[in-house]
Design a protein around this ligand. Structure first.
Ligand SMILES: C[S@@+](CC[C@H](N)C(=O)[O-])C[C@H]1O[C@@H](n2cnc3c(N)ncnc32)[C@H](O)[C@@H]1O
Ligand code: SF4
Length: 399
């Protein structure tokens, strides 16, 4: 199937929580066993043992301080991200969840996700997370090819990754895994075969990321030196189209530019970000968006783990940024996040945030060029052919 014949645009996922505003809590665990050469997440390798009890006390203090600013919220999603949260002891995860429940109310059907690296997956540990309250796991599989995994600097084989997926399936009702595509030398046919094998192991959700060469990573240095070649724009586009076609054919269409799910299997926590709802960020380098007294605050905490600990121990929180967003910033962020979703955005919500409507002439041109579509409910969304040009579409509408 060619790009022009790409599978039908998936419909919007159901609004979770019956459409009311959701409140998410993101908890960042900043440690990994080793640093992958492509990764620029806030993740650190430590030779000495991590004092998890000290981190638990600091997480609890930061949760208490954030909850004091956001009284009455009902937590609908919690996400342990990293770094490698599956390096945390189950008792540490339980203690953090206990603190969330002590300072906020947690909805009985809250989605509680933990990111895991196949290297640190054991059935006993996973059962411990489940007992602690985790009900969804997201695994970093990255590739189903041992040579590609070695090139990505991963410490696990494809077999070990699939074994970890099997454990996740047995222990948790809901699981997802991540793959990275547009890797060196990868052809659309290779990717189609690999993705088809992955889909045979998938549950309700997959995250499929195109390899990005992040500045200041070992991959960026190799790329600049001509020692790491990634697919050119045409091949990348073909790989993207393959992703959409293969996933849609298996019943997991894209509900976001890099995320695929069976209808109803979307990650509710990530939808909180993309739908511009409210979320608290706790732990080193965590970001949050809090709606306080009619103003939207963008928060961020100290990134360096030990400096974050010191700050929380002295001040009761690790915040280094707490900015009130002006209208324009809120509206731009709403576009940037919302247009990543297949369901698109509500132009009226944009107008309420921005204090002005979207430019009708610009929308008309984008419609004419087939880059955006309007839905029967009056939403505006990026079309399937428009998705690879998402940044340009957002920049045009935000101008
Ligand atoms: C913060 S990692 C957490 C998962 C876990 N630490 C692991 O690696 O298994 C989240 C995901 O981001 C993706 N990712 C990180 N860096 C990337 C890059 N440069 N390009 C594409 N995807 C990337 C990977 O798929 C990874 O699983
Ligand atoms: S990709 Fe995952 S395991 Fe690798 S350094 Fe980044 S956060 Fe750590």
């Amino acid at each position: 199937m060619s790009a022009a014949q790409a599978s039908p645009h998936p419909g919007p996922p159901p609004q979770t929580g019956k459409g009311e505003k959701e409140f998410g809590v993101y908890v960042h665990w900043p440690f990994c066993l080793s640093k992958c050469p492509y990764c620029d997440f806030n993740s650190h390798v430590r030779r000495t043992e991590i004092d998890e009890a000290r981190y638990v006390r600091a997480f609890a203090a930061e949760i208490a301080a954030t909850a004091e600013r956001t009284p009455g919220r009902i937590v609908s999603t919690i996400f342990f991200g990293g770094g490698t949260p599956s390096l945390m002891q189950p008792a540490t995860v339980a203690a953090v969840l206990d603190a969330v429940g002590r300072y906020w109310n947690v909805a009985p059907d809250a989605e509680i996700t933990l990111e895991a690296n196949p290297t640190s997956v054991e059935a006993t540990r996973f059962r411990g997370y489940r007992t602690a309250g985790v009900n969804r796991v997201s695994l970093g599989v990255q590739a189903l090819d041992d040579q590609a995994l070695a090139e990505l600097g991963r410490l696990h084989s494809a077999r070990e990754a699939l074994d970890a997926v099997g454990i996740a399936r047995d222990v948790f009702g809901r699981y997802s895994f991540d793959l990275i595509y547009a890797r060196p030398r990868q052809t659309p046919q290779d990717w189609s075969n690999e993705l088809t094998r992955a889909l045979a192991e998938a549950g309700e959700h997959l995250s499929l990321y195109q390899l990005t060469i992040e500045p200041d990573t070992p991959f960026a240095a190799l790329h600049t030196a001509g020692k790491l070649k990634v697919p050119n724009d045409d091949i990348s586009r073909a790989l993207y189209d393959t992703t959409q076609e293969v996933c849609a054919a298996h019943g997991l269409p894209a509900y976001e530019i890099s995320n695929h799910a069976r209808p109803g299997g979307e990650c509710r926590h990530n939808l909180v970000y993309w739908r511009a709802h409210e979320y608290a960020g706790v732990g080193p380098g965590a970001h949050g968006r809090l709606d306080l007294d009619g103003a939207r605050h963008a928060t961020a905490t100290e990134k360096r783990p030990e400096a974050w600990l010191d700050r929380v121990e002295k001040e009761g929180h690790g915040l280094v940024t707490d900015d009130v967003l002006i209208r324009e910033e809120m509206a731009d962020e709403f576009l940037l996040m919302g247009l990543r979703l297949a369901e698109g955005i509500d132009p009226e919500r944009y107008a309420a945030l921005a204090g002005r409507s979207l430019d009708t002439a610009r929308i008309a041109t984008l419609l004419e060029n087939g880059l955006v579509e309007t839905t029967a409910e009056g939403r505006l969304r990026v079309s399937m052919p428009g998705f690879p040009l998402l940044d340009a579409v957002v920049a045009d509408l935000a101008a």
